[in-house]
Design a protein around this ligand. Structure first.
Ligand code: ADP
Ligand code: MG
Length: 235
């Protein structure tokens, strides 16, 4: 349902993504894995339209009638149903939890004016913190807020960049539960950059291994062997 074809990307004169090809199936949870600096965050930003690509195509939807994303702005890609939770969370520290959550409302097709109750069912802690400033929340609470904010858009595809970085284990567990629940109950397609092997195996159905700005191996999570881990993930 998402197809990235022959993507090249540069930061000024340094090329980071090299003829990258990536296929994501509708309704799947796919983990993008690879060592630090291989280009995982760059790939997600290129997919979201937050970084320009030098060449290549990004297509959304089924093969007979795909929608071209690479010609659209980041905002239009959000309208097309792609939610993004950036690495490091990037919530607005001076805004309240409620204000952070409401930012996505104008992007919804149904013109809803209130934060959907579903967000609080998934993350009950957010309801108790509505009037607290984002910057006063713990790292784990900020991550719940960042995921909640992306879900307010009612996306078809949710992209998460290392959501568990520096977060206490009980919230890691909860984030995993939320991803699995949304995938199983609503068919949400999830693209997850994840370094923690245990978490990737628990929630991921598919993996894509990255090295030097390319996807070098794609398969079902059950096929992620010790040899592949040694070759592409171990530090
Ligand atoms: N804004 C930038 N300007 C120049 N180079 C960058 C920038 N951001 C990242 N890079 C470089 O791009 C490469 C890939 O980075 P990144 O996509 O963040 O990797 P990952 O998420 O896999 O750790 C790294 O070599 C990094 O130094
Ligand atoms: Mg990264």
């Amino acid at each position: 349902m998402i197809s990235m074809q022959n993507i090249n990307q540069h930061y000024a004169s340094s090329q980071i993504l090299w003829d990258l090809n990536l296929e994501i199936k509708a309704g799947s949870i796919t983990c993008i894995m690879g060592r630090n600096g291989v280009g995982k965050t760059t790939l997600l930003k290129a997919l979201m339209g937050l970084l320009p690509i030098s060449s290549g195509e990004i297509l959304l939807g089924e093969q007979d009638k795909p929608e071209a994303l690479h010609t659209k702005s980041a905002e239009k890609r959000a309208f097309s149903g792609i939610g993004y939770v950036p690495q490091g969370r990037d919530i607005f520290p001076m805004l309240t939890v409620e204000e952070n959550l409401k930012i996505g409302l104008p992007v919804r097709k149904d013109k809803l004016k209130q934060i959907p109750e579903k967000i609080f069912e998934l993350f009950p802690a957010l309801k108790d913190m509505l009037h607290r400033r984002g910057g006063d929340l713990s790292g784990g609470q900020q991550q719940q807020l960042a995921i909640g904010r992306a879900l307010v858009l009612d996306p078809k595809v949710l992209i998460l960049d290392e959501p568990n970085e520096g977060i206490q284990p009980n919230i890691v567990q909860q984030i995993g539960d939320v991803i699995l629940k949304l995938n199983q109950e609503e068919g949400l397609t999830v693209i997850l950059v994840e370094q923690k092997l245990g978490f990737a195996r628990r929630v991921g159905q598919e993996f894509r291994l990255m090295e030097k700005g390319r996807i070098v191996c794609s398969d079902k999570m059950s096929e992620l062997s010790d040899d592949l881990i040694k070759q592409y993930l171990a530090v």
